[in-house]
Design a protein around this ligand. Structure first.
Ligand code: SAH
Ligand code: MG
Length: 224
């Protein structure tokens, strides 16, 4: 139970979905055994649908971990896709490199090492470069990531974030764990911001740990 949906609804939806196969299945097993927080099946399916429906070919990802979501998104994007993915943990990067090779995607996927806030600042030449941005990393920094990456997304592109409801804590005070209060407050501020900004159209979907989908309607300037 993750405090986001009724457990019976979540279980029902999950058992409808076909099981993964091949490398995705292997990575799911690895993630389960080693407690790597990869996206859930429902979130994976949503990403597949969004990528295919929008004919997305170029993606910027923050939070690679073992490369599970990276490979899943690449498979959905198909022929000629390009993904730039940012990760700060060296051990994770080594695993991701190995997994991306095993998937045969080493020419399509570029991993950039470092803290995303720093790496994004160095990506100066990538204005309007991406059809989609997928964020699945330090939840307290989502606002920074938005500010630093929004100009890299094409108008009409989707800016998607995972874990935005953070085990229900973001929506319900009584669920908040004391030491998570700062992250929860930041997430609330972030969700309110992307829900009300004139350059954006946002929907928040309570699947997985909560996912936000924001359409970039026009360019925006942010003052920090
Ligand atoms: N998207 C992956 C799971 C990512 S888990 C999947 O679904 O398969 C989150 C990852 O984000 C972790 O590996 C963590 O090291 C990385 N991370 C957290 N904060 C980061 C930051 N500020 N910059 C870069 N990577 C970060
Ligand atoms: Mg996540």
């Amino acid at each position: 139970m993750n405090n986001i949906n009724y457990e019976y609804i979540q279980n029902y939806i999950n058992q409808l979905l076909p099981e993964s196969s091949g490398i995705l299945r292997e990575l799911e097993e690895y993630a389960r055994e080693n407690h790597v927080p990869i996206i859930t099946h429902e979130v994976g399916n949503l990403l597949r649908i969004l990528i295919k429906a929008t004919n997305t070919k170029s993606i910027l990802e923050i939070g690679t971990a073992i490369g599970y979501s990276t490979i899943l998104m690449g498979m959905a994007a198909g022929e000629g896709f390009k993904i730039t993915t940012i990760e700060k943990n060296k051990e994770m990067i080594d695993l991701a490199i190995k997994n991306i090779k095993a998937a045969g995607y080493e020419n399509n996927i570029t991993i950039l090492e470092g803290d995303a806030s720093e790496v994004l600042k160095s990506l100066k030449d990538s204005r309007d470069n991406y059809d989609m941005i997928f964020i699945d990393a330090a939840k307290g920094q989502y606002m920074d990531f938005l500010h630093l990456s929004f100009d890299k997304l094409k108008v009409g592109g989707l800016f998607i974030c995972d874990n935005v409801l953070f085990r229900g804590m973001v929506a319900e005070k009584s669920l908040v764990i004391r030491r998570k209060i700062t992250i929860v407050k930041r997430l609330r501020k972030f969700l309110s911001f992307i829900s009300n900004h004139e350059a954006m159209q946002t929907v928040i979907i309570p699947i997985g740990d909560g996912i936000s989908i924001t359409l970039k309607q026009k360019e925006a300037k942010f003052d920090e």
